[in-house]
Design a binder for this molecule. Structure first.
Ligand code: ASP
Length: 337
């Protein structure tokens, strides 16, 4: 394990290996990832009830701290917390004191003073949730909702749940991730999850300008030609061009990108007939994906959104359980000299 993996590992897990923060998939083993998927599976049924609530986080306060824009992630975290019966505070950063120059640390100290139990954090800086987890009061759980280019672990886990629902297993699967891998925190977390869960091949398909220099070391093969790359695929995951993170011109034009790397019906026909089509959203129709594919029978893009609630319920309830176990252990250490 890398030094970084080791430090995330120690910070994320209790002494007996339970989740207490959820920052990255680095350092989490197959058993824990499978536990998250199984726990999420058990929450799917809650979303199908008339009264969509379980009392697992009753009386707990969850704060959604989104320093970057979000539609699906923010709203599914909110719904997940509410379905677990937590009280939820959504801090609107654009109208908060951050816009008056308050530092991240000061904002957090004030929110901690309101007895918050969990912060769900999205930030443009890679490592921001990890920094917060290192400095937060013991007992408060930090969940990463996407940090810079680094990681988006709940997105990757909801993607894994969607793949498992449709394919049954990860063994033998060939999965491609297509497009702007360079700027994608989603791709990094997906590659990690797919490797840990035993996929046969993780293939990235992109122009060289949209690939990180060390891409193969992430645990994937590389294909520059999409027509070749689509062969034998069980799953194809499309990515959005992350223009907000691009410096300089990395692409000739969107039209050219679509011609070479956009998922059209013709290109999809080169994969296995039961290949599923995924996208973390937001989708840009006609830029990375054709409407007929995004809305077509092989698309599971909206299933991903639904699964986001169950995965976020799983991660939040598991992290709160880990924090509680930590507190009980520390209390018993004080009592027994
Ligand atoms: N919603 C995903 C993220 O926050 C993917 C994207 O924005 O393209 O990383």
């Amino acid at each position: 394990m890398t030094d970084q993996g080791q430090s995330f590992h120690n910070l994320q897990l209790t002494d007996d290996g339970q989740l207490r923060h959820f920052l990255t998939l680095d350092g989490l083993d197959r058993q824990l990832l499978t536990d998250i998927l199984d726990t999420a599976d058990s929450f799917i049924e809650v979303g199908e009830r008339t009264i969509k609530k379980v009392p697992l986080l009753r009386g707990r306060t969850v704060v959604n701290l989104f320093f970057e824009s979000s539609t699906r992630t923010r709203s599914t975290f909110e719904l997940a917390a509410k379905r677990l019966s937590a009280d939820v505070l959504n801090l609107d950063i654009s109208t908060s004191a951050t816009s008056k120059g308050e530092s991240l640390s000061d904002t957090l100290l004030n929110l901690e003073a309101m007895a918050s139990d969990m912060f769900v954090v999205r930030h443009s800086q890679s490592g921001a949730p990890h920094f917060i987890a290192e400095h937060v009061t013991p007992g408060v759980a930090i969940i990463n909702a996407g940090d810079g280019r680094h990681a988006h672990p709940t997105q990757a886990m909801l993607d894994m749940l969607t793949i498992r629902q449709h394919k049954g297993t990860f063994e033998g699967l060939k999965v491609a991730i297509v497009g702007d891998v360079l700027h994608s925190r989603v791709a990094r977390s997906q590659i990690r999850a797919l490797n840990e869960l035993g996929a046969e091949e993780v293939r990235v398909i992109a122009p060289g300008t949209l690939l990180p220099r060390d891409v193969e070391s992430l645990g994937c093969t590389v294909e520059f030609d999409m027509n070749r790359g689509m062969r034998d695929l069980d799953v194809v995951i499309m990515l959005r061009l992350q223009k907000e993170r691009m410096e300089g011109a990395l692409l000739p034009s969107e039209r050219e990108f679509y011609r070479l790397y956009g998922l059209s019906q013709e290109k999809l026909a080169l994969a296995k007939p039961d290949c599923i089509v995924m996208h973390p959203g937001p989708i840009n129709r006609g830029v990375e994906i054709e409407s007929a594919v995004a809305d077509g029978p092989q698309s599971v893009i909206l299933n991903q959104v639904t699964n986001g609630i169950a995965i976020r319920m799983a991660v939040m309830s598991m992290a709160m359980g880990g924090q509680l176990a930590d507190r009980n252990r520390k209390q018993s250490e004080v009592v027994q000299p």
